[in-house]
Design a protein around this ligand. Structure first.
Ligand SMILES: Cc1ncc(COP(=O)(O)O)c(C=O)c1O
Length: 394
């Protein structure tokens, strides 16, 4: 049996007619860059999140970057985040001119360790960007308390958490802004790149609106130096169709995760991240942790089960961040996770028999040594050899 890591085609087929009609309408009205289809989606998305404003932009990276710029954060400032995110979180900080400062993660949730947060705050700290990794929100009450005590902004990286909640409050709406990616593989994915900032602050919303459009407040009147960070009209039209399905897609992900949990909990050699009791999780990624991750992954791939690693190299150890001089060992938990984490197939259209096959295949490589169903000749893989097999996903 083949089990893809994600199946964008299956989802497209299920909504094909509506998508084609929406795309045809957007093309027919020539509303290509921004425009009414983006505005309609912005209203629907703000309503979905339960907040006042949503501003469509070109990507999740731009959503974070423009949030920082709108808050006046830049050179000489420090912004705290985690080292086990997609690199975009740190890149957005760097592109604002500020310095990313990392805090290690909590080993049970894989989100920022709030116990270590205060130690990372300096007189230059301006903001905290918690990343709601894998689809569950960070410990927001604690983060907001600390931010209030130290007069810091909280910008939520909700790029993996569309529709997740913390004490019934939707991801993206607890910080001063919330940033979403609609990269195709996300829980709400466009058919190309797109993103959004959500906020309840009218002034910030206005600034982000003009920053995403070359700082333009009226035709050819440029109040500030901005950028071209608009959302495409076609993406707005597609996202508006897909948004109507997001709650049921998230529900399906939750069922699949519950099934995985039931089968995997208690098995020797596997650790499953914990969910905070305050959270509802939207399982953008279903993560497990294993000592022999690379061997297991190779075995799964050989049996047709495609997996991912999120993320194989923590940001502080990436060549791109060499200048921060953060040696191996700086963030031991994030580093350990990068060696042990494995993402199993997860998408709403996944079938129960596929999950059963994933579990069965996985169990085979966890079997006792007396049943050598799977014996690896290699004990250690060069990182690249395993990365070559990872399905392209963020
Ligand atoms: C946690 C996180 N932050 C930021 C981003 C950047 O989003 P985008 O790829 O839309 O720029 C992504 C996704 O790729 C992400 O997963």
């Amino acid at each position: 049996m083949k089990v893809p890591f994600i199946d964008l085609k299956a989802q497209y087929v299920s909504i094909k007619n509506d998508i084609e009609e929406a795309v045809a309408q957007a093309i027919d009205s020539c509303a290509f860059a921004g425009g009414p289809f983006v505005e309609k989606f912005e209203k629907s998305f703000a309503q979905f999140c339960g907040c006042e404003y949503a501003i469509g932009v070109g990507s999740g990276t731009e959503a974070i970057w423009l949030s920082l710029l709108a808050l006046g954060i830049g050179r000489g400032d420090e912004v705290i985040t985690v080292p086990n995110s997609f690199i975009a979180t740190a890149e957005a900080i760097s592109f604002s001119g500020a310095k990313p400062v990392f805090v290690d993660i909590d080993e049970t949730t894989c989100n920022i360790d709030v116990r270590q947060l205060v130690k990372a705050i300096t007189p230059n700290t301006k903001a905290i960007i918690p990343v709601h990794l894998y689809g569950q929100m960070s410990d927001m009450d604690q983060i907001i308390n600390i931010a209030n005590q130290h007069d810091l902004f909280v910008i939520e990286d909700a790029c993996q958490a569309h529709g997740a909640t913390y004490r019934d409050q939707k991801a993206g709406t607890m910080g001063v802004t919330g940033c979403f990616s609609f990269y195709p593989g996300k829980n709400l994915g466009a058919y190309g790149d797109a993103g959004a900032v959500v906020t309840n602050d009218a002034n910030l919303a206005q600034i982000i609106r003009y920053l995403r459009d070359h700082g333009q407040t009226a035709k050819y009147e440029h109040k500030a130096v901005g950028w071209n960070a608009r959302m495409d009209g076609i993406q707005g039209a597609i996202l508006d169709v897909k948004l109507k399905h997001l709650a049921s897609w998230n529900y399906a992900r939750g069922l699949h995760a519950a099934y995985y949990n039931r089968q995997l909990e208690g098995l020797d050699g596997i650790r499953i991240p914990e969910k905070l009791s305050a959270n509802s999780h939207v399982y953008h990624i279903y993560s497990i942790f294993l000592e022999n991750r690379d061997d297991v992954m190779e075995h799964l791939i050989s049996k047709g089960v495609h997996c991912g690693i999120h993320y194989p190299i923590p940001i502080h150890l990436q060549p791109a961040y060499r200048q921060l001089n953060l040696a191996k060992g700086s963030f031991p938990r994030a580093e350990l996770n990068s060696q042990m984490q494995l993402s199993l197939p997860m998408y709403p259209e996944l079938k129960e028999e596929q999950i059963a096959y994933v579990v069965k295949t996985l169990e085979a490589c966890l079997m006792p040594k007396s049943k050598p169903v799977y014996i690896s000749k290699k004990t250690h893989h060069e990182p690249q050899s395993i990365l070559d097999k990872v399905v392209a996903t963020r």
